[in-house]
Design a protein around this ligand. Structure first.
Ligand code: NAP
Length: 366
């Protein structure tokens, strides 16, 4: 199969680096275009990254020889697209919201699909916010989005915030099995890599817990509702429940966001054994679709009393699985568990690649 040439906007950042590492061996996509801020535009990627590469795995050697473009220059991307070097872009930009809104729209208007990690378009009503295992049908909004804006080939699809990943799939597994979930209280322990690079200063982070991450609690409480919503009347209408209360904390962990969750069911309440059985049998993306980035088991259960732990569990199944532990009754609500997911892979670049694979098999890319 001829690989689709792809671009990474924000290629020098934490998430951008993960994209390049994950795509180095990808069977369907190959990175032919990299872009970052005007500060790095014009440099060879390997020169710009000297002393800045954060991962144990490398990007493909040919990527090191690519010259960084200015992500704000859509014309350069359009030229690459016309020359057959760019089929679509992954957006991992960290910029002002308004700037990202306009820039991602400009790429889509130029006929270049945008698979984004940025939060700017998450609440645009006709932009799907995808977790491939949960709401793959929300891609049905894409032709409506294109028609409304007069876009031919371009569109925007986004990923949700990394903080929700470790409880969103389990929540969906419960709903899919027919249990109403009324309320959740969630306390997250979020890794420093979630703040990008260089991120949280070491003197604020080491030997410390910071009980505030700007904007994160609102995202944790509201984004699940859009993901659980329905495509209706040319928009995605968010679900009305569950009601979520989130406390988001920054902790001195490099990668891996943990969430301690208490949840309340409606009238029908499963036993702990039923909950464990439906979590471990949750199948996610159908295997027959053959999406390379999809985990074989989207939810892994650990029975040890002291798991999951970021260092030991975050890399399970290509770092795309959510690991759950401490599944037990809650004396205030009904059920408690601890969830863990890799924030820059499952919660960012890996989730973005999986979304692109889904969009490809659905015929939106390529
Ligand atoms: P980061 O490490 O700070 O990287 C930001 C990237 O944006 C860099 O490539 C930077 O280029 C580029 N950039 C900054 N200002 C720019 C400008 N004015 N014009 C063009 N490019 C510019 O951030 P990150 O953690 O990778 O996050 C990237 C995006 O993913 C953000 O929207 C973030 O909210 C989202 N996200 C992050 C995570 C995570 O776990 N880190 C998870 C989910 C979603 P230079 O190097 O040239 O400055």
């Amino acid at each position: 199969m001829q690989k689709i040439p792809v671009g990474v906007l924000g290629a020098t950042g934490m998430v951008g680096q993960q994209y390049l590492a994950l795509l180095a061996q990808h069977p369907w996509f190959e990175v032919r275009y990299v872009a970052a801020s005007p500060r790095n535009a014009g440099k060879l990627y390997r020169d710009a990254m000297t002393g800045r590469w954060q991962l144990a795995t490398a990007c493909g050697p040919e990527v090191g020889e690519l010259r960084l473009e200015d992500a704000n220059q859509v014309d350069a991307a359009l030229r690459a697209s016309k020359e057959g070097r760019l089929g679509f872009v992954f957006s991992a930009l960290e910029m002002e919201k308004e700037a990202v809104l306009q820039l991602e729209e400009a790429y889509a208007a130029a006929g270049i699909p945008v698979i984004s990690n940025a939060s700017a378009h998450r609440w645009t009503p006709d932009v799907p916010m995808l977790i491939a295992e949960v709401n793959p049908g929300h891609t049905a909004i894409i032709p409506i989005q294109q028609k409304a804006r007069g876009w031919k080939r371009g569109f925007i699809a986004v990923k949700p915030n990394c903080s929700i990943q470790s409880y969103m799939t389990p929540l969906y597994a419960l709903l899919k099995a027919g249990y109403e979930v009324k309320r959740l209280i969630i306390t997250t322990l979020q890794a420093v890599s979630g703040a990008g690079y260089p991120g949280v200063p070491s003197l604020d982070s080491i030997d410390n817990v910071v009980p505030y991450i700007g904007g994160e609690e609102e995202k944790s409480e509201l984004e699940p509702l859009k993901i659980l919503g329905q495509v209706h009347n040319g928009r995605i209408e968010p679900a009305g429940e569950p009601k979520i209360s989130a406390h988001c904390n920054r902790v001195p962990v490099v990668n891996g966001h943990t969430a301690c969750v208490s949840l309340e069911f409606g009238v029908k309440k499963p036993s702990i054994e039923e909950v464990k059985a439906l979590f471990s049998s949750f199948s996610g993306v159908p295997q027959e679709l053959g999406l390379p980035m999809a985990p074989e088991r989207p939810i892994i259960i650990r029975e040890e009393a002291n798991r999951p732990q970021p260092r030991k569990d975050r890399d399970m199944d290509k770092a795309m699985a959510v690991t759950l532990g401490r599944i037990r009754p809650c004396p205030v609500f009904d059920l408690r568990f601890v969830g863990l997911s890799h924030n820059t892979i499952r919660g960012a670049a890996g989730g973005g690649v999986l979304n692109a694979e889904l969009l490809k098999v659905q015929g939106y890319l390529g």
